[in-house]
Structures are given as structure tokens and as C-alpha cells.
Design a protein around this ligand. Sequence first.
Ligand code: HEM
Length: 556
Amino acid sequence: MPLLDRITTHALDYVCMPTFWLALIPAVLTTVYIVPYLLDPLGLRTFPGPIFAKFTSGWLPWVVSQNRWSVAVDSLHRKYGIFVRLSPNYVSIAHPVALPAVYGHSSGALKAPFYDALSGFKTRNMFNTLSRTEHARKRRIESHMFSPQSVRALEGIARMHHNDLVSQWDKLYSYVKRAESGAAREGSLGECAWKVKDGRVWLDCMPWFNYWSFDTIGDLAFGAPFGMILAAKDTARVAKSVKASLATFGTPSQTGKFAFETEELPVIKIVGQRAELVAMFGWLPEYVWPIILMMPGFRGSRRAIPQVSGLAVAAVAKRMNNPDARADMLNKLLDARDENGEPMSPEELSSEAFLLIVAGSDTVSNTSCATTYYLARDQRVQAKLQAELDDALKAVDSVVAPHDAIKHLPYLDAVVNEGLRLHSAVGAGLPRVVPEGGMTVLGHTFKEGTWVSVPIYHLHRDENIWGENASVFYPERWIEASGDQKKAMLDAFVPFSIGPRACIGRNLALMQLHIVLATLFRRFNVVLESDDPLPVQDSFGRRPKQCMVGIKPRNL
Ligand code: HEM
């Protein structure tokens, strides 16, 4: 028998022996997990953390899949202290001094490839691009859209949707009066269930905040709301195929209809499913993603990623079919030119539009809902806020609070800050890669290539900064604190992050939060159905799952 055949035959004999496999499995595990741990190329072995996280990058996606990302990291810091190793190459640093080092303008750290999973298109948007140059170009274009003057100019449009929200809650309350005359005591308005009890109408306020924020961002960004508040329904038109629809861009539609196939979908639900998936995918190599999508529990979400992209494409296409539309955010993107005078491609436009929808809707609705929960839970705080609003708005007869009249109210400001702090709509650490030359934080030097982040949720609830009552909704802390204590609070308060990648929509978000809370709480008294903790889907964004409240107009 020739030598090669003999070797092959022997090899096959070995492969067929059970002992071969018994030896192979530990050998692979040793090579893949133990050897890198022992070699410790990044010098992270001394950092404490869950044992599983020291050997594999599977621990974080597992925690994310359990919907307890920020809370789990918070518990680890309480157990181990400032530094916690969350994966073989990744350390979380829970201290405010780490914020400028990791995120500040002179940090030099770039977003980690975690953000690769957060792309909906091949062309990156401002949020998920890792390149400093590309980011600076996009940020220059888009910063005009969010300047204080631009945001002020958007107030008129935003007010229409606050007004729609109040009209729908008024309509829901009208069922109380009707029930007193013998009509039904429960039912649904669109998709939203209601019931009448104890002189109030009871509803889940979370979907209402979602409809309101999606309609507002749809209108501000693309010149038309999705129509969710008035329909009381989670619904929008989505392109069936992103590729096919992008190919039709630039072909003017004579009929004003879409030049590609669309379908009506519950996009808020889909945006939530996508957020959960990508927050897991970010920690895993791309070849694992299809395997996860085949697993029970995730199969139902497999279409969510392309569907959210389809939502952005449809919104952009609809707006482009209407070149005479009033000035909106998309105008600024359409007018943008690169250094060669070229406009954004259809794919880049859609990718940026996708970002506006995803970043600008959920964050605001989640924070509004959580702050409503805290205000409903503490009637003392609610009454104090209402007294301030009554005084400030006594000469105002519009239903929606004008921003100018409420933007500097100390107690409302304190309530908004306290809601942003306690809820932390983006609560996780935002991962960055240590640049060439390393990074030193609190005496520890991290080598180039290490991933680091600072956990926002933990900083916002750290007793060393906020005192014994750190987990209590206590707006007065913002008014009572002074000197060093106030400085320590402000240094640790980062709901919008800091530095070159900080939230560009901060001014818009703050205006929206001030107006919605002032408008609703001036008009309604709100109570909770149960004092249980707010249930939250704790992923990259922290999304309340439900918040049952009973409302009644205050002047009754
Ligand atoms: C309460 C509301 C909001 C919160 C708490 C919030 C929070 C954040 C945070 C923490 C980041 C940094 C993310 C990272 O580094 O990975 C961010 C980025 C961003 N946010 Fe917001 N956001 C809010 C509202 C908005 C709104 C209303 C918009 C726009 C319509 C917006 C647009 C963006 C964009 C475009 C980025 C990426 C900026 C960049 O990379 O340069 N956000 N936001």
C-alpha cells in the first residue's frame, strides 16, 4: 500500500475511535479558551469578574439575552468594585474619572467593533461608523439639525403631536363619564385597552409614549408622522425588500405612491426585537449570528433587522416623492455634499434616516414612561411639580405647555434629570477600544486593543455619589446639592454620554421631555395600578415593558 494511503487509513481509524474525540474536545477547549487566558496578552488576568467571562466572550450576550445587561453589570461592580472583567478582552470601569479618559475629546479611543452589529445598511451611519474621519464628516452635517435654533424651530411641529396625545387621553377619560351613564366599563381604543375604575380610566401608558415619539420623529425627520397616535396603533409602511427599494430611488413617482412593494408592520415591536438581537450580536463573531437566529426564542425576530431598515427606506422614499415638502431634517441630509461636491447616496441617506428613527424615538419614549411611573408612584412629588406648573402656566391657555414658559422651571428640570438618572435609557457601558500607546485610568494601564467602558446605569445609582437614597426618585437632590457634592453629581451624570460621540439629539430630547411631562401632569393626576418595580427590557436601550396608570383630569 502506498505511504499516503497507509497514513490516511490510520488517520481514519483514529477518527473512528471514541478516545480520539474524548481527547480532541479538551484539546480544542484548551487551545481556544485556556491558552489565551494563561498567555494573557492584554494583561487582564488580575481583574475580577464572572469566571465564565474571563474565558469566553459568551457571558455578555447570555446576560443580554436574559434582559438584564445594565442591572447585571451594576451588581458585579457592587460585588467586585471599580474594575470588572466582562469578557477576555473587555473591562468595565465604574468611576466618573474614567469618563473623560474613555469618552472625552482627547481620549483617542474609538468605538469598538461591537457597533458593527448595529448597522442596518452596508453604509455606516453617524452612530455606528468606527472611523474618526467619517464620523466627523457626518457629525458636521448633522449638527446643524440639532442646534438650539433648529430645535426651537421644530417646536411648532412637535406640539401637534403632544396635542394629539392629550386629545386621545381626553377621549379615554370620556369613557369614565359614559360608564357612569351605563356604557361599557372596559374596551379598547385602537390597539390600546382601557378600563374604568374608581373614577379614573386605566391604561398602559407605554404604547402611548411610543406612538407619540414615533409620530414626532417621523414628522420632524421626514415631514409626515406615521399616524400612530390617532390610529392608537403600532403601524407603519415598510419596504418589503431594502435592495429593490433602494434601486428605485431617484425615479420620481408620478402618483405619489411607492415605486416598490411595501407592507404594513408593527414597527415599534420590531424595533424592540432588533435592539435585543443586535445587543447580543455585538459581542459575537458574525458567523454565530445565523445560529442564534435559528434558536427557539429568536426565530420570531429574524426578520426584525431588515424590516427596521425597510422602515427607513420607505420613510425616505415617501419624502423624496414630495420635493415640495416643508423643511425637515431630511432636507439637511439631501443638501449635504462631500468634499467632491457629491450628495449622499440613497443607501447613506437611508442609513442616516434609520439612525434618526431608532435613536430619536425609543430613548425619549422610554424616559417619558419611566418618569411618569416615578411621578405616579410619589404623589408628593407629583403635587409639587403641578404647583410649579400651575404657577408658571397660569397665563397660558394652550393645552400644550410652550417650551419657553417651562424650560427653566427648577422643579421640572429636577424631575427630568431625576428621570434620566434613575431610568438611564441607555444604561450599558458604551464599549471603546484602547488606542495605540495604551490608556491609564486610576493607576491601571490598559494595553492597546483592550475594550473598556464606563457603566452609565451603575454611575447613576452609585451611593458613593448620590448618597443613601441613590435608588429613590428624589428630584430635590438637584436643588439641595451644592459645592463639591453638586460637582460630584454632575461629573457622574451622563445620560447622553460625553465627548465627540455624545448624543447629538440632546437638545431635542430635553425639549420633548420637558413639554410632554409639563403638558400631561398639568392636565392629569396620574396614579399607579401597582407599586411593583417598573418591568424593563434591559438591553442597549432600557425599554419599560408596561406601565399601568389610572388618570383623571385635575380640574375635576
Ligand atoms: C432621552 C433621550 C435620549 C438619550 C438618553 C440618548 C442617549 C444617547 C447616548 C448615551 C448616546 C451615545 C451612544 C454611544 O456612544 O454608543 C447617544 C448617541 C446618539 N443619539 Fe441620543 N439619546 C436620546 C435622544 C436622542 C434623540 C431625540 C436623537 C435624535 C433624533 C438622538 C440621536 C442620537 C445620535 C444620532 C447619536 C449618535 C451620535 C454620534 O455617534 O455622534 N438621541 N444618545
